[in-house]
Design a binder for this molecule. Structure first.
Ligand SMILES: [Fe+2]
Length: 179
């Protein structure tokens, strides 16, 4: 017997400036507010949702004296990335346009995680782009990642070898890349 997890229900992060992050996640990323609470000590928390789930994402004031934005390098951060999925390519384009219009710098992408752009046969195939939240956390918006049903290997054996050969012989690529 083993545990079958379904998906990540929500992620909560500590933020250095609550109002700044609240504005970013609600006004720029379009999260809806299910509840916003203030503790006796003035710390705040907001339970945010994307659609109709009670909360998909939580932000909370970091404790006094804790600087969550201190680590400047990606390698030093506790959170490697938080990826938000959008419905389809149209929404992906809309999100990119929206963020650009609001002055959010895109660090990486848009790209496809796969043979289309970074050469990886092992990539998810998602279209992705990356940016930062106000504390420097790495965020991703993506769509159209491949599914890997239980029990099935990935990449799919019926085409893996031929595509690997195609990439090597016609693209001069080594078949790696990032998921
Ligand atoms: Fe990702």
């Amino acid at each position: 017997m083993s545990i079958q997890l379904k998906r990540i229900g929500h992620v909560g992060i500590l933020v250095s400036d609550f109002e700044r992050s609240f504005t970013f996640y609600t006004e720029i990323l379009g999260c809806k507010v299910t509840s916003r609470r203030q503790g006796a000590d003035g710390s705040e928390a907001a339970f945010l949702r994307f659609d109709d789930t009670h909360h998909d994402f939580v932000i909370a004031t970091a404790p006094e004296g804790v600087d969550v934005s201190e680590a400047k390098g990606q390698q030093e951060r506790l959170i490697q990335q938080i990826a938000f999925e959008v419905e389809n390519r149209d929404e992906f384009m809309r999100a990119l346009a929206h963020l650009h219009t609001h002055g959010v710098k895109i660090d990486r992408g848009p790209l496809t995680h796969g043979i289309e752009s970074d050469g990886g046969l092992h990539g998810s195939g998602s279209r992705s782009f990356y940016f930062r939240d106000p504390d420097g956390n790495r965020l991703e918006i993506f769509t159209d990642g491949m599914k890997v049903p239980n029990g099935e290997p990935f990449p799919r054996p019926e085409y893996a070898e031929a595509i690997e050969d195609f990439m090597r012989t016609q693209r001069g690529a080594t078949v790696q890349g990032q998921p």
